[in-house]
Each structure stands twice: as structure tokens, then as C-alpha cells.
Design a protein. Structure first.
Length: 261
């Protein structure tokens, strides 16, 4: 759900932190996590897109199957993307709300809004197993998404549990039951996936394995090389030496259902 205030301001507090709106810059309201907010007198605008529809549009971009999307709520949209978002909304709104346009026109307008939203915020596609996309497993899904959103930070299993509203032992049990992994190893796998993506695309000239590994929290390079090989059946140097694509992958392989790897 994208929202922005034409006037006034709002401060939202949620498990990942706090956010205060600035001017009329769009931001994402937490879709499933509980949150509190405080507002001044304001004028509020909301655009809501159905999750499955947005995921299908995103799949056209990353080239994989339709996957759960995780957005970086801390990232501030660029001025150009905000301008484009407003322009697209202005062009699409008549086709969406007026009964005089065809269903095809309406779909075209909705697709353009979805693409503008994906340009507005940083995101990645996450392969969430079907069994986690239920109300019963909602808190575990929130934990998984929190890991993906904060993998670049020094987060701990306890912090992951708090963000999802779970007791640490409950989180540990649910991750073992559904993913075959402890929270620590799940976080490690996500970080390994990020390293592999950076080594594969090599968009930065002179990319070094040691630099990328250290940036993602792997300070023992010997141990890092071993767990990388265990997960991907090749060493990081082999990934780096393959021809570069310079097209960063948005989807990541975050889960292993074959036990602790």
C-alpha cells in the first residue's frame, strides 16, 4: 500500500523502526505487521495494489516465477521516480475509475501503476514456500521477510523474533519445522545468496571476493569459502571468474528444505 500526505505529516512506528513522512513523498505502510502512528491534521492519499497482481508484474522483470516481494522501507524514492509516479497516476486514474473505459484499458492503466510502483521503491523477489503464505504462518513469514530486509545489518535471531512478534524459541522451532534451518543458518544463507549475486553480476569493476564477503559479514574467508561451496557446489572464485552479466538478480534462493546447509 503506497501512501503520501498532500499536507500534514505522519510518524509510523513498527517492528523494523520508525518513519516520519516528508513533504508529499510516497512511502509504504506496513501491509501485515502491526504498527502505531501519530498524525497531524492532514490530507491522506492511498494506492493499494493486490499482492498477486504486483508479484506477476515483478516476475516480468526478474524473469523468474511469481514470488513474494520484499521492499526496503528505509529507502527514500528518488526525485525522478516520484515525478514519474505522479505522472503515471495522473494518466492512469481516468481509465481505472471511469466506467466508460474498457477492461483492457483499465488493465493497461493498472499495469502502468504497478510498474511505476516497482520503480519507486527498492525491492527484491523472495521465494517464499506456499506453506508460509497462510495466515497460520504469518509471523514466520514476517520473520523471513525481516531477514531479507535487514540482511546487510548486524541483526541477531533475538531481533528477528521481536520483529515477527515471536518468542526466540518459537521462531527457532517454526524455522526448523518449515524450513529445516535455524534462524542463524537461514540468515547466513540469505547473505550467501547476496554474495553470490554480487559476484555473478560484477557490475563494479575490480570486484574482489574478499571485499564482497566482508561487506556481508563473512570475516573468516576460509570458513566463508567452505560454506559457499557447501551451498552452491562451487567456490566464490569460480563464480567471480564466469562471464559477467551486470544484470543484478532480484530474486534470491533463501530456503533449503533439505535440512541445514
Amino acid at each position: 500500500m503506497v501512501t503520501w500526505l498532500s499536507s500534514g505529516s505522519v510518524t509510523i512506528r513498527h517492528p523494523e523502526g520508525a518513519f516520519t513522512s516528508t513533504d508529499a513523498v510516497p512511502f509504504l505502510a506496513p501491509a501485515e505487521a502491526s504498527y502505531s502512528f501519530a498524525v497531524t491534521p492532514h490530507r491522506h492519499n492511498i494506492v493499494k495494489l493486490e499482492s498477486a497482481f504486483l508479484e506477476n508484474i515483478a516476475a516480468e522483470r526478474h524473469g523468474g516465477p511469481s514470488q513474494r516481494l520484499v521492499f526496503d522501507r528505509a529507502a527514500i524514492p528518488t526525485a525522478n521516480s516520484v515525478t514519474a509516479w505522479r505522472r503515471v497516476l495522473g494518466e492512469a486514474l481516468p481509465s481505472i475509475v471511469s466506467p466508460h473505459f474498457s477492461r483492457l484499458d483499465r488493465l493497461h492503466a493498472q499495469r502502468s501503476v504497478a510498474h511505476a510502483l516497482l520503480d519507486l521503491f527498492q525491492w527484491q523477489a523472495v521465494d517464499v514456500p506456499t506453506e508460509l503464505r497462510t495466515e497460520r504462518t504469518r509471523r514466520l513469514r514476517l520473520a523471513v521477510e525481516y531477514v531479507h530486509a535487514t540482511a546487510h545489518l548486524p541483526v541477531s535471531p533475538a531481533e528477528i523474533a521481536v520483529a515477527a512478534g515471536l518468542h526466540p524459541r518459537t521462531l527457532q522451532k517454526q524455522m526448523r519445522d518449515h524450513l529445516g534451518l535455524t534462524p542463524t543458518k537461514f540468515l547466513r544463507n540469505v547473505r550467501l545468496d547476496r554474495v553470490r549475486n554480487e559476484l555473478a553480476v560484477k557490475c563494479v569493476p575490480g570486484t574482489l571476493v574478499s571485499d564482497v564477503a566482508t561487506r556481508w559479514g563473512f570475516n573468516n574467508l576460509g570458513r566463508f569459502s567452505a560454506v559457499y561451496n557447501e551451498r552452491f557446489a562451487e567456490y566464490p572464485r569460480e563464480t567471480l571468474e564466469r562471464p559477467a552479466t551486470c544484470h543484478p538478480a532480484v530474486g534470491t534462493r533463501a530456503f533449503s528444505t533439505r535440512g541445514e546447509r
